[in-house]
Design a protein around this ligand. Sequence first.
Ligand SMILES: [Zn+2]
Length: 345
Amino acid sequence: MRIEKTRLTLVVGVLGTAMTVLATLDSANAQRRGRGGPPTVPTQEQWEASAEAQSRVATAMTLAGSDLRPQAESFCSATGPLRLALARQAAGLPPIENYTIEPTRVFDNMYFIGMSSQNTWAITTSEGIILLDTLNSADEARDVIVPSLQKVGLDPADIEYIVIGHGHPGQSDHTGGALYLQQTYGAKVMMHPLDAAQVLPNQRPDRPLATPDSDAIPGETLTLGDTTVTFVHIPGHTPGSLGVIVPVTYNGTPHTVMTFAATQMPTRETLMQFERTFYEFARPMNVEAALNFHAGGLQDDFTLLESIRNDRSAPNPYLYGPERFDRWMSIMIECGRARLAAMGR
Ligand SMILES: [Zn+2]
């Protein structure tokens, strides 16, 4: 717990004040985030010089009011929100070790399982577990996912499906544990075919990816026992980045939440797809919480998880409610439009 407090200070710093530090990010960083392709975010100079971008920032800040101000400041920056490791790098801080987070029952039927840098979500159903993402490697699947599930009373042998939210060629940070879980427990692996097509031929030799058993197609659903989840498309970070909309309950009350493989929308087309996902799925389905796979990237997960572990009778801090989630998503899209304007796209 003491270690988490230390990290907590860092995260609070990242969310609260690091936006100015992030302002020092330059075009080299933009290039890096594009992983060798065209820049995916504007330079700080482009960002500041674009009148349209700045007017969209103002719109986003108005939408934010006071309750979503930190989130709006995080989204409405030249880089957009950065996960903890990248935010530290951008701020010139040394890397911190990746450590196991206390597994947490965030909703009655959904658990945060994983590490400070990458995490997974386990959805429990009447006929087994749907696991979203798999950490970096077989070692982490064996030494983090399996014991964390057991610690909260779940049996890893009950993992029926693994849904991988996205994958990068040559990287394994969401995909690396899938093969171990597939081979050890017979879990069926699902992934968007566009990401499978780019990842499978370009695997890290030391971290082979499971061959997916089936495709996760946006707009389609997966039903296991009493639970049906919906796949939605949020491309931009990778071509096949997925959101998963999940019905949950908290202390018995039903809610709908959505996981985000990523929030980047570096082109007009990807922004339009985010809008479609918002208007056709998230809003009509009354989504009211955004869940991430890099703790600290979208909200201060470290604090939120701790508060849930300490007091389950209080309102769940992940649940924004539909109205606030609607503004949060509108802010994300408005800031995406601002970055596109700053890049002249
Ligand atoms: Zn990624």
